[in-house]
Design a binder for this molecule. Structure first.
Ligand code: MTE
Length: 301
């Protein structure tokens, strides 16, 4: 990848929204003059998107460990202790271990990625994330040749997470990806939003972002990553396998059993919220469709 907009996130570099939007105009000009491929092409297209405000991204959340209301995470997630934080990386890796968050950050290159974000509930945002490619973290641990999947787990802290006393899901929240999805260059471990650290309600200190899949695949506050040979269980699939598949790629042609997925409500578009057509793979088909060649996407939904 020749062109990456690097933006190493440090505590002192806090970008406010206005500065962010100004810098975007410069980048849009630069991107127009370059023939970008891969992630670069997705980022060049992102320049045409209207980013959702920081306020909306950080106050309208799904994080059921803090309650099922959209405002519960911002009200309660301050209770989550995010320092110190360690991520256990285990299973089929050469260098399993408990990795301190700071040690991970010291070894990763943080970049800015502006991605569409589409929730299975049929709403969407555009989020300027900061983060590093999951592939780089997996390289650090050394993936063994028999690994086929990556399993993820969120922290489970009953004392800090008021929502886990309700059996809405089988806690801890778990998710998974096929290894080729996990190592795709668009797959991000996000550590920031708008150049600031990821707020607790959005999954501090690090959460997955898989922009071509429904938002529930983007698991928050990760404490464990396990390389496996078998497809790992995932929380929403365990809760209702008929409604939520392992793949959960955004697909306007495959409706949720209880609602259409053909269009989405744009968060932050005002009182009479604007709707827009949902795009195949959430607009990332050029980058990811080849991962699913030959698969029946109505069966592997
Ligand atoms: N991760 C955990 N641990 N718990 C959750 O409830 N909700 C998922 C996903 N990751 C969730 C989670 C869902 S349904 C969505 S849409 C996104 O997080 C929401 O991310 P956001 O609040 O940053 O927009």
């Amino acid at each position: 990848m020749a062109h990456r907009w690097k933006n190493t996130l440090r505590d002192k570099d806090v970008t406010d929204e206005a500065a962010f939007l100004n810098r975007r105009q410069l980048m849009a000009g630069a991107a127009a003059g370059m023939g970008l491929a891969g992630v670069g092409a997705a980022q060049a297209r992102a320049q045409e998107l209207e980013p959702t405000s920081y306020e909306d991204v950080t106050t309208y959340n799904n994080y059921y460990e803090f309650g099922t209301g959209k405002g519960d995470p911002v009200d309660h997630a301050h209770m989550l202790t995010t320092q110190p934080w360690t991520v256990k990386i285990d299973g089929l890796v050469d260098r399993p271990g408990d990795y301190a968050f700071e040690d991970i950050m010291a070894r990763m290159t943080v970049e800015e990625r502006i991605y569409r974000f589409r929730c299975v509930e049929a709403w969407s945002m555009v989020v300027p994330w900061n983060g590093f490619e999951l592939a780089d973290l997996l390289d650090m641990a050394g993936v063994q040749s028999n690994a086929k999947y990556v399993a993820f787990e969120t922290a489970l802290r009953p004392d800090e997470m008021p929502g886990v006393k309700y059996p809405v899901l089988d806690w801890p929240y778990v998710e998974g990806l096929r290894l080729d999805e996990a190592t795709h260059p668009l797959t991000l471990m996000a550590t920031g939003i708008y150049g600031k650290e990821v707020p607790n309600q959005n999954g501090a200190p690090l959460r997955l972002v898989v922009p071509w899949k429904y938002g529930f695949k983007s698991i928050k506050s990760i404490v464990r990553i396990t390389l496996t040979e078998a497809e790992p269980p995932t929380s929403w699939n365990k809760a209702n396998a008929r409604e939520y598949g392992f793949y959960s790629n955004v697909n306007p042609e495959v409706d949720h059993p209880r609602w259409s997925q053909a269009s989405e409500r744009v968060i932050g578009s005002g009182l009479f919220a604007r709707r827009q057509d949902t795009l195949m793979f959430n607009g990332y088909a050029d980058e990811v469709a080849s991962l699913y060649e030959g698969m029946d996407l109505t069966k592997f939904f």
